[in-house]
Design a protein around this ligand. Sequence first.
Ligand code: FAD
Length: 498
Amino acid sequence: MTTPRTTARQKPMATGAPTIVWLRQELRLDDHPALLAAAERGPVVPVYIWSPEEDAPWSPGGASRWWLHHSLAWLRERLTAVGSRLTLRVGRSVDELLAVAAECGADTIVATRRYEPFVHDASRVAELAQHGVRLEIVEGSLLMQPELLRTGSDRPYQVYTPFARTLRSMEPPPRPRIAPALTPPPIWPRSIPLETLRLLPTIEWAGEFNEHWSPGGEGAAEKLRRFLTGPVDCYERDRDVPSTDGTSGLSAHLHFGEISPRRVWYAVGDAIKRRDDATFMKAAEKFRAEVLWREFGHHILVHFPRTDLEPLRSEFARFPWDDNREALLAWQQGRTGYPLVDAGMRQLWRTGWMHNRVRMVVASFLVKHLLLPWQAGARWFWDTLVDADLANNSLGWQWSAGCGADAAPYFRIFNPVLQGEKFDPEGTYVRRFVPELARIPAKFLHRPWDAPAAVLAAGGVTLGIDYPHPIVEHGLARARALAALSKVSAARAEASDA
Ligand code: FAD
């Protein structure tokens, strides 16, 4: 396996004009096109500017801020170790870039492209140019530039399978490159302490995050190494089993650009070559297919930039959503009375992450059982996920609500009991996150309301006191969701229970 290397070496002080590397969501040194481009020209000034209001309406949520703090701390340490520095600033990004440029005598800035609709780089390029400063935007966060993928009829893809097939048939992305040597500038710009950004929560709710995550490039490399030397073999099976550590856990590292998707892609490819084993190749390719869902999510967001807030399928704009704040709160707090849903929501709150299978179940529950708008779920995920990513989150929520690209049909309504019995048959996952049900036997764990009174008593559970009764009955909720769907005129469906 090729592991990410951050082996930047120190170069002697140079006298040429430095180039600013404006770091945004690519907090690494390895395989970093913007950093490589700047390093080839001479001295480099790496800068991070905290300007959350510029990301409105999606300024980073609490869990993302926690991650960002630690990621910046790691980056600052790495840069110092290789004789460079991380310049931190707060404020309007163009103003800060101009100030930094003036302080260190730079006239060129390189940044990696961001794909969110609220990122208006063209106007920044124009404004900086008025002051004689050039801003260059380079690709670097995806395997393939989204604009390069078009259907036969020259349209953006809206279905994953042909999208992924086309991507795989194209010239492969260039192999990842190691970190360049970074030449320091003659004069460093002023920097503020990381603590000034106030990214960590003031109320200690993220305590358990430290047990699960190591933000930064080394943490990312370790996650990839662990995955490729173990879990990948059983990925096809375990990726659906929430009680196992069967997935890579790379999503937040990828979102913050602590590891490049090319590094991941080629590490998997190298492992396939080394193992030369058809079963391994199938599992590893399944994993690569998931990495391509990330590409697909970004492709959709670039071509349909309103899908963070509006359904891709416009007929869903007429969907008769409910507005039940109590139900929303019960869902957020993991008190719906459906153990798998509650375990997922509590995993999210405690660890800042939720298993993909359970994300699908809780999302379906919100939009179909509770008839609450998918945007409310996306917003809650945004605030609580350490891997909150506008492209992937919008794709996941629209998929779950049946209104997005290549979405699950709205009429396929996940039954949280059947999902629990299938993917958490022993209840290991539910017992971990819903400890009040820990002593209920597996047979009744996913439907405690069916358990005889003696079984509940032996398990120390009184429904309605220790654990809630279901807030909606599955059969009724399903019928209500299908009736609501029938109001969406263009939607045609045939009911089925998954
Ligand atoms: P692995 O199984 O190891 O997959 C490897 C990588 O592939 C992931 O790190 C991720 O970058 C990508 N990937 C995997 N599955 C998907 C997918 N379905 N869509 C897009 N990319 C995928 N993912 C996020 O990164 N950020 C989000 O905000 C997010 N919100 C979601 C909301 C909903 C309602 C749903 C159903 C899914 C969401 N996902 C999101 C996708 C997926 O759940 C996570 O990427 C995955 O669980 C991360 O765990 P992992 O890194 O161990 O994944």
